[in-house]
Design a protein around this ligand. Structure first.
Ligand code: ADP
Length: 262
């Protein structure tokens, strides 16, 4: 009797051990695949601007320096490429820090209205290059206190508004609004009337390195990491991010934040 019970227990334990190991191996396999894909993506993203810069510099060395207009044009393009590389590396750095938990979210009371204004000030120049108007309803002449990490929320707004400029049309506009959401939350909306996003691409927007237009020739530099960083930061606040978009018409990205209960 007791021998059979022991045998049964043993068999059960062996089976459990095997299942656990199998799961562990599966997890490791997924991680390994993820790591490989990540490395592939990083090198691909870096290669494109590097080859661009190299191309322009070689042309300049091989005689392109003689013509003043070509010289200026090519140097500017090379500079754009380097700028893009810097963006990618900065985004990678941010992503790595977020994932390693090195960027602890420091919660405090801050004014959302002031934060929007700060970001507008930083992006005004960028917007004016495309004659894009940055709109913020004047009803926000008094503070809206929320609870969160101001620096990181500033980064979120920065990425969202920068995208609305990059994918916005000339003479278009970007509007930011802060509205009451459920009783103890606000929702911050960033709305543009730019190129919009096709329905099938919406679920993939927040994936690392996802970009709608993958061609190396696209004019808007970026790493495809901006929205994954945004999502990370919002989730670290235990809040939600939403996107609504109509292709050809425009997009709206919005996120929630807890009100400061003072
Ligand atoms: P990046 O802008 O560096 O490519 P993001 O992660 O910020 O990366 O955005 C991913 C993709 O989502 C962009 O490449 C673009 O195709 C699309 N996208 C993001 N914001 C907008 C927007 N406001 N309007 C249209 N498309 C957008």
């Amino acid at each position: 009797q007791s021998v059979t019970t022991d045998m049964e227990t043993l068999t059960r334990e062996v089976k459990k051990f095997a299942t656990d190991k199998k799961l562990e191996i599966e997890t490791l396999k997924v991680r390994e695949e993820y790591r490989r894909e990540f490395l592939g993506n990083v090198s691909h993203e870096l290669k494109t601007p590097l080859f661009t810069v190299q191309g322009y510099l070689s042309t300049l060395i091989d005689g392109g320096m003689k013509d003043k207009t070509i010289r200026k044009k090519y140097l500017e393009r090379a500079e754009k490429g380097v700028e893009r590389l810097i963006y990618i590396v900065q985004d990678l750095d941010m992503m790595a820090k977020l994932e390693n938990g090195e960027l602890n979210t420091e919660f405090a009371k801050f004014d959302m209205v002031e934060t929007v204004q700060n970001v507008f000030d930083m992006l005004e120049m960028e917007a004016s290059k495309k004659d894009i108007m940055l709109l913020f309803d004047r009803k926000y002449n008094k503070p809206v206190y929320v609870f969160g990490d101001q620096e990181k929320i500033e980064q979120v707004l920065m990425n969202l508004i920068m995208n609305s400029i990059k994918y916005g049309k000339e003479k278009g506009s970007t509007e930011v609004a802060i509205e009451d959401f459920v009783s103890n939350k606000v929702i911050v909306r960033v709305t543009d009337n730019g190129e919009g996003i096709e329905k099938q691409n919406i679920p993939r927007l927040f994936e690392r390195f996802f970009r709608v237009d993958k061609s190396g020739s696209r004019k808007e530099g970026g790493s495809g990491l901006g929205l994954s960083i945004v999502k990370h930061i919002i989730e670290a606040h235990n809040e939600k991010i939403y996107v609504e978009s109509e292709f050809g018409k425009g997009s709206e990205f919005s996120f929630t934040l807890g009100k400061f209960k003072g």
